[in-house]
Design a protein around this ligand. Structure first.
Ligand code: NAP
Length: 538
């Protein structure tokens, strides 16, 4: 059984990546009518000692949560609690045959207080609903616990069974849900909703309101973000919309952002930088980068005050008066995650030796520099068509790094394509090109070819081409050719890798909910399926 737990934890982490709650239940007391029964031979006789051994296995594996039955003897509660490490522990209580008005009995509050006395992180109380009165009673119980002296521990409380299903919708944290695959393959059950159905019901009851999201900037008509975020809303059961807001006017953007149903906007040039002075706060990362790619509203409470930034960042978003705008940047997350995923152990970042090269000096170049810094690279070079812009970016990051007492300079400008790679330093193994692949204004399409003397890494590295909706740029062809000629192990990463990663982080920031990662990646792939081989024409 211990190895079964280890295997399942590994599978969930690898395939799904969701937080894991390990509960050990006595099937004799817990099997619901809609659950398949387990063969007698597969059963291990349930004892508290066996349960504790299994929970300890979960703790060794570092699962996110374990649940301990509040009916256990004190010593069987204390033992796993004392070994919990970083895992959180839920105090669990289930009553399958509750008395009439079970939630109003004094023992329910006593259970909550028992969980508190053991210093549990969360308490979960569940009972089978016998009548709809139980659904009214639980609301009284929620109010009673809220009125208890502080500190409170987070409470999960709901009724199970088909009558109790509406309490699953109203319970605020960790309501159990089923998966649509399970509802198709098993006997449908009226006692469990999918997470999509549960969220949809909250919107139907106007507990949450549909919001409008945008991508705003001067040239955003070809953006894939509406398709990517739209797919995510559909999977999650959110009736939001995400549209293109083609503008370079800060005033027009601010008018839109102050609408009560504005949910947030991705920002593209020129708003990435122009909007910053109009934001009340920016994240640590956006401040370091000096540009934002996401703006979200901060809401006022009925009392005309506002929740803390930390709380606003994690809670589900609602409509209402906007008290301020908050900016963040998720581009660096997309770049960092994609480099990490594609880097080889041979080129593992060593702060004293690894060098990086950034082409371009716009908003994406800034995000790329920050991503390399976060990966541990401390020697970054930048080349750009307009020297003054490259110098400004290098000065920005060197000033920022100076405050953090980094060894300077961390960003150095390469002034011309003819410059040799700086003597005494390893050639770059992390290269990010941040140039458009479409024409800007009336100018010709950028056609950047990397000087060969900057491509001498014998172990290759990662070349990231960020050009939007273009996978066959001159640089990509050049690296492919170099790889064929020299055998250097260059890995080419394009925008299809980076865009969903930054979008996933952006979705979570904008909605306060976990992103459906696979749906977002697939939506991007689907949206570019019919792009011409030479790249999308703007
Ligand atoms: N994958 C993604 O998720 C994603 C997201 C956003 C953007 N992007 C891509 O990244 C590109 C850059 O975005 P950004 O926000 O950094 O734009 P930006 O701030 O406007 O910067 C553009 C950069 O490209 C340079 N450039 C423009 N035209 C050039 C040309 N003809 N020859 C040489 N250099 C040229 C500019 O040089 P100067 O300083 O000399 O003007 C500047 O350094 C976008 O165009 C888009 O293709 C990708």
């Amino acid at each position: 059984m211990l190895s079964v737990i280890s295997k399942l934890v590994a599978v969930i982490r690898r395939q799904i990546g969701v937080p894991i709650i390990l509960s050990v239940v006595d099937l004799e007391n817990h099997t619901r009518q809609d659950q398949p029964s387990v063969g007698q031979e597969a059963r291990i006789p349930f004892t508290q000692e066996v349960a504790v051994i299994l929970l300890e296995q979960g703790l060794r594996l570092g699962v996110d949560y374990i649940a301990i039955d509040l009916n256990f003897e004190d010593r069987n509660i204390r033992r796993p609690l004392s070994e919990k490490g970083r895992s959180k522990v839920i105090a669990h209580y289930y009553d399958g045959r509750p008395p009439t008005c079970g939630w109003l009995q004094p023992d329910r509050l006593a259970l909550y207080n028992r969980a508190k006395s053991f210093n549990f992180d969360i308490v979960r109380l569940v009972q089978t609903a016998k009548s709809s009165k139980d659904n009214d009673d639980i609301k009284i119980f929620w109010e009673k616990t809220a009125a208890l002296p502080k500190p409170h521990i987070p409470l999960i409380a709901y009724n199970s069974g088909s009558i109790g299903v509406e309490t699953l919708e109203l319970n605020k944290i960790f309501s159990p849900v089923t998966h649509s695959v399970l509802t198709r393959t098993r006997t449908p059950t009226a006692s469990r909703l999918t997470s999509e159905e549960a969220l949809r019901k909250l919107f139907d009851k106007a507990i949450f309101q549909p919001l409008h999201f945008y991508i705003s900037g001067a040239m955003v008509s070809y953006s894939l973000s509406p398709a990517m975020h739209g797919a995510a809303y559909k999977v999650c059961g959110m009736p939001h919309d995400y549209t293109i807001n083609q503008t370079s006017s800060v005033e027009a953007f601010l008018r839109l952002a102050n609408e009560p149903n504005f949910g947030g906007s991705a920002t593209n040039q020129p708003l990435r930088m122009d909007i910053v002075p109009h934001l009340s706060a920016v994240s640590y990362h956006a401040h370091a980068i000096g540009s934002v790619n996401t703006v979200v509203p901060l809401r006022a409470l009925p009392s005309s005050t506002a929740h803390s930034l930390a709380l606003q960042a994690t809670e589900p978003k609602r409509s209402g008066p906007c008290v301020a705008l908050y900016g963040d940047n998720t581009d660096w997350i997309g770049i960092m995650t994609s480099i990490r995923r594609n880097g080889s152990p041979r080129n593992a970042v060593q702060p004293s030796k690894t060098t990086g090269l950034i082409i371009g000096a716009g908003g994406m170049a800034r995000s790329a520099i920050y991503a390399l810094l976060r990966l541990g690279c401390r020697k970054i070079f930048i080349f750009n068509r307009t020297l003054a812009n490259a110098i400004a970016v290098a000065e920005h990051f060197n000033a920022w790094a100076g405050q953090l007492r980094f060894e300077l300079p961390i960003v150095t400008v390469l002034r011309s394509r003819d410059e040799p790679w700086p003597a005494g330093l390893r050639p770059p193994t992390l290269i990010v090109s941040c140039l458009p692949a479409h024409s800007v204004g009336n100018l010709p399409v950028p056609s950047f070819e990397m000087p060969e003397q900057w491509l001498q890494s014998p172990t290759g590295g990662v070349v990231m081409e960020l050009a939007y909706r273009h996978t066959e740029t001159l640089l990509v062809k050049q690296i492919r050719d170099l790889r064929a000629r020299t055998g250097q192990a260059w890995v080419i990463v394009d925008f299809l890798d980076v865009l969903p990663e930054q979008g996933i982080a952006q979705f979570e920031l904008m909605t306060g909910r976990r992103a459906p990662r696979r749906a977002m990646r697939e939506a991007v792939i689907e949206a570019v399926r019919d792009d011409p081989p030479g790249g999308f024409k703007v």
